[in-house]
Structure formats: structure tokens, C-alpha cells
Design a protein around this ligand. Structure first.
Ligand code: TRP
Length: 511
């Protein structure tokens, strides 16, 4: 099951350690990502794949993708191939709520997920593992549950569409369809395998040992019957995450076929380097090791000036003479994450690397990039009231917007179906009625009809939909749906144009 053999693990334990709960760099203080890819058995993302994503989404790749910060994947190419043919998927990501507020590193997967959601126009589920943090940390469950909701405000502030995004905390959402997936997954993994994948020992509490299926289950769409219906293969799943989460999903992928689901695809990031130097993740227990989304402009400035690990020369003379070591320089690395302007970034790298630019200068540039970003986040977070949050957490929301999002695809599917059928309706009313009855028994609602929107449709499903469309005044229905879709699209385009104009104005002001 695991890709490392016992011997390899022992040999490498003196070097870097990367598990979902423990990340430490090797002796040289660096994470060897190529080695991780090899050990975990995932693939590197190449130029060709990035180009295909740009082409099929008609969107310029996010800087995290262009700059190799999201660098590894599992079957992302297959998700893209299916998407090119018109098939949709859903996104799944998450967070373990162990601190009051998020730091910049925590924002990385969410910013990227937001981009994926907008570019591919797909639904998203976000898991908050309050149970995981309770089991691993010295925290009360009630505190973890409260933190989940607090953290959700910061996540929502990243700008996810509340109508296509479902946020849930494990201890609150756990429902029958979720639990059913969990037990099925759990039965496929032996304790020995779990030890191999996660490093459990005899001292691990049995809640920890039993936890991996909780994180695995949302990879299957039938955990969310209100969004995706009851069919485990109704939609494929793509998971953006940091590479330390790979073990969970390696396990998930290993059991997928045995429980009748698709393997989830993954797109995986490097770690966001700690302020004091790259040795893995930032530590929540050392407030000077990170910049929090709650920090003030003054705190940001102080932390960067005092604590940001510099690869620059020890003295001005040395810096002018030798330039900075960009390999270890934290301001440079952070700019790679958050400075959007490729040209500017390149120029800074050249000047700072050659010694023309001093450490104080690059730190100032970083302060100027982060301060407005954090302030904007704080403004957006203040708008996330409890009522707004309830929309994200609502476990009964019907996928109305999905219908609009996927309208185009649906019509294409109907077109194909009609062509294949060769017109001339030879309906079988009895069969239709029986199928509808079956779906009702399975708990599907009118809207879902037992199959997620955007998923490959069966012949039966298409026939039922077709008949229903005709029966229920199809012209009116599709007209209003199309109108609504056009309205949503126009609003989104307007917003994007405004954002672009603002960004351009900001760019000009800064140069
Ligand atoms: N275990 C993750 C953490 O501690 C949270 C998480 C749950 C997650 N499901 C996920 C992360 C899916 C990425 C993708 O942060």
C-alpha cells in the first residue's frame, strides 16, 4: 500500500520527515521535493499540463502554478482530459482548525482553490477537521468546534462563491452517507498498512488510528447527497492540498475501486517557508515565526524586518560584492508567492541576487506587498457575519446555481443523446416510472435526480430529464435558467474587470 519500504524509511528517518502531522527538513535545512515526489509516487506538473489547463479554462495560470509552488499531482492530467471533453468535477480541500487565526501559509491552498473554482467553474467542499485537531492536540473538542467556525470566516474571506461552496466541520456534519463511506474505507485498510502510511504506534490513541477515513471520505461525492446525489461515481474529485496531506489520499486512492468510487485526483503544493527560514511549515506556537491575517501593518513591518531569514550578505559591502543567496532568502521566497507581477519579480531576483539591491530594500518591497493584502483580507473577513457563514454551512442547499453553471454542458449532453437516439421517441413509460421510483427510494431530490450535474449521464437519466423538461414547460424553464446564467456571468465579468482595473492601478502606483 505504501510506496516506501521499511528499509528506506529507516534509512531516511535521519533526514527529512514529512507526514500530515510532522514536517521537518533534512540535515541541510531544506525539503527535498524531488525526493518526496519519488517516495510518495506522485508526478511533477509540467509546462504542457499547465498550458492545457490554461487552454481549457481560457484563464491564465495562477502564479502558484506558473511558479511551480503547486508542483506535483496525481491524475490531474486525467481530470483535465475529461474536462476538455465537457465533463465537470468537484473540488475538495480542508483545514485542521487548531489556531484562532490563520497565517499566510494557511491562505495558500485556499487562494489556489478559489482560483481553481473560478477557472473551472466547479463546486467545492471544504472540510474542517475539528475532530482531527481534538485527537492530536491538547485541546477540548468544544474549542476545536469553535475554532472551526472562526477559521471558516477567514476561509470565506478568500472569496468563495457561497452558492457553490459547502463548508462543513466533521463533528457537526457527520451524517449517514458520510459515515457509510467511512466504514467502507476503514474496512479496506489494515492496522499494519495504517502504520506504514501514517507511522501510528502502540501509543497512538484509537481515535487517531481511526481518523484517516474521515479525511478520505469527502473524496467521494455521495458524502454530499444534497449537492451531488447518491451515486458514488456521479462526479470525479480534485483535491488541492499541501504535499504533507498526500498520505491520506494515497490511502484513499488505494481503496477507491474497492468501494466503487473514482480515485480522487490531487494537485499538491510545496510548503510555505517559515519567516525564520525554510525548515518546513510555520509553527502556530511561535507567533514570531509567522505573519497572521490578524496582524497590523506595524506588526507585519516589525516581523519582516526583525525575523525574516535573509540570504543577503552580512554587511552592505558583502551584499554588494556577492549578492544574496535566493535559495534560502525568505523575503524572496514570499514574494514568489504573493507578488503577482512576473516582470517585477524577475527584476527583483536579478537585482537582489547580484547585490544591486540590499536586504532592507527587498524587505520593504515585501512589506508593501503583504500589508495591503492582509488589510484587504481583514476587511473581507469583517463582512463574513454569522448569517453569511450559515449559507456556506447549510447542508440542505439545493444546487440551483450548479444547474446554471452546468447548463451548457447539460444541453450538449442532451444534444448528443438525441443524436444517438436518432429522434423518434419510443419512450418506455413504465421503465421511466420505475427509475424515478428507484431514485426516490435512494433519497435523491427533484433537483438531484440521483446524479450530479456535470457528471457523465446514463441513458436512463437523460431520458427522464428530457421528458421532464418537455413536460414542465421547457422553453420557459430553460429561458429563465439561461437568463440567470447570463446575469451571473455578466456580474462575474464586471467584477473581474473591476478587479483587474484596480490591480493595474495599484501596479502603476507602485512603480
Ligand atoms: N488534515 C488537514 C490539516 O490538518 C485538513 C484537511 C482535511 C485537508 N481534509 C483536507 C487538507 C483535504 C487538504 C485537503 O490541515
Amino acid at each position: 500500500m505504501t510506496t516506501t519500504t521499511k528499509g528506506e524509511e529507516e534509512e531516511e528517518s535521519s533526514e527529512q520527515v514529512v507526514t500530515p502531522w510532522d514536517v521537518s527538513a533534512g540535515a541541510d535545512g531544506k525539503i527535498d521535493y524531488a525526493k518526496l515526489v519519488r517516495e510518495f509516487g506522485c508526478s511533477e506538473i509540467d509546462e504542457n499540463l499547465i498550458e492545457r489547463i490554461e487552454r481549457c479554462t481560457k484563464t491564465k495560470a495562477h502564479p502558484f502554478l506558473r511558479r511551480g509552488l503547486f508542483f506535483a499531482h496525481r491524475e490531474l492530467d486525467e481530470i483535465v482530459s475529461a474536462y476538455e471533453k465537457g465533463e465537470k468535477f468537484y473540488l475538495y480541500t480542508g483545514r485542521g482548525p487548531s489556531s484562532e487565526s490563520l497565517h499566510l501559509g494557511h491562505l495558500v491552498p485556499f487562494q489556489f482553490t478559489k482560483w481553481l473554482q473560478d477557472a473551472f467553474k466547479v463546486p467545492l467542499v471544504i472540510q474542517l477537521t475539528d475532530d482531527e485537531k481534538f485527537l492530536w492536540k491538547d485541546l477540548q473538542l468544544e474549542d476545536c468546534r469553535r475554532l472551526a467556525r472562526e477559521n471558516a470566516k477567514d476561509i470565506a474571506a478568500c472569496g468563495f462563491n457561497p452558492e457553490t461552496t459547502f463548508i462543513f466541520a466533521d463533528a457537526s456534519y457527520m451524517c449517514s452517507s458520510f459515515y457509510v463511506n467511512m466504514v467502507k474505507i476503514a474496512k479496506c485498510v489494515t492496522f499494519n498498512q495504517a502504520k506504514g502510511i501514517f507511522g501510528f504506534t502502540g501509543d497512538s490513541n484509537i481515535g487517531q488510528i481511526g481518523f484517516p477515513p474521515v479525511q478520505a471520505a469527502p473524496s467521494f461525492p455521495d458524502c454530499f447527497p444534497h449537492m451531488f446525489g447518491m451515486n458514488k461515481k456521479s462526479l470525479k474529485c480534485l483535491i488541492p492540498c499541501a504535499i504533507d496531506q498526500d498520505p491520506y489520499f494515497r490511502m484513499t486512492r488505494d481503496v477507491s475501486h474497492r468501494i466503487g468510487g473514482y480515485k480522487p485526483a490531487l494537485v499538491e503544493s510545496r510548503f510555505f517557508p517559515a519567516l525564520k527560514g525554510e525548515s518546513g511549515k510555520m509553527s502556530a506556537s511561535d507567533p514570531t515565526s509567522a505573519i497572521y491575517v490578524t496582524d497590523t501593518a506595524k506588526e507585519i513591518k516589525n516581523k519582516i524586518n526583525k525575523h525574516a531569514f535573509s540570504g543577503g550578505g552580512a554587511t552592505i559591502e558583502e551584499q554588494r560584492e556577492n549578492g544574496a543567496n535566493l535559495e534560502v532568502d525568505v523575503p524572496w521566497k514570499w514574494l514568489n508567492f504573493f507578488l503577482e507581477d512576473d516582470e517585477k519579480l524577475k527584476e527583483i531576483g536579478e537585482k537582489y541576487g547580484s547585490g544591486e539591491m540590499l536586504t532592507g530594500e527587498i524587505k520593504q518591497i515585501l512589506v508593501d506587498v503583504l500589508t495591503p493584502m492582509v488589510e484587504e483580507h481583514q476587511k473581507r473577513r469583517a463582512l463574513v457575519t454569522d448569517e453569511v457563514l450559515d449559507v456556506y454551512f447549510n447542508p440542505t442547499k439545493t444546487p440551483k446555481v450548479f444547474l446554471d453553471l452546468f447548463r451548457e454542458y447539460e444541453e450538449m449532453e442532451f444534444g448528443k443523446w438525441e443524436k444517438k437516439k436518432g429522434g423518434g421517441d419510443s419512450e418506455n413509460d413504465d421503465l421511466c416510472a420505475a427509475l424515478e421510483e428507484k431514485m426516490k427510494l435512494e433519497g435523491a431530490t427533484e433537483n438531484e435526480e440521483g446524479c450530479a450535474i456535470g457528471a457523465p449521464k446514463s441513458e436512463d437519466w437523460l431520458r427522464i430529464r428530457k421528458e421532464r423538461m418537455q413536460r414542465d414547460a421547457p422553453t420557459e424553464g430553460s429561458k429563465s435558467a439561461l437568463k440567470k446564467a447570463a446575469k451571473i456571468k455578466a456580474a462575474a465579468e464586471k467584477k473581474a474587470a473591476e478587479k483587474a482595473a484596480k490591480a493595474a492601478a495599484r501596479g502603476e502606483a507602485a512603480t
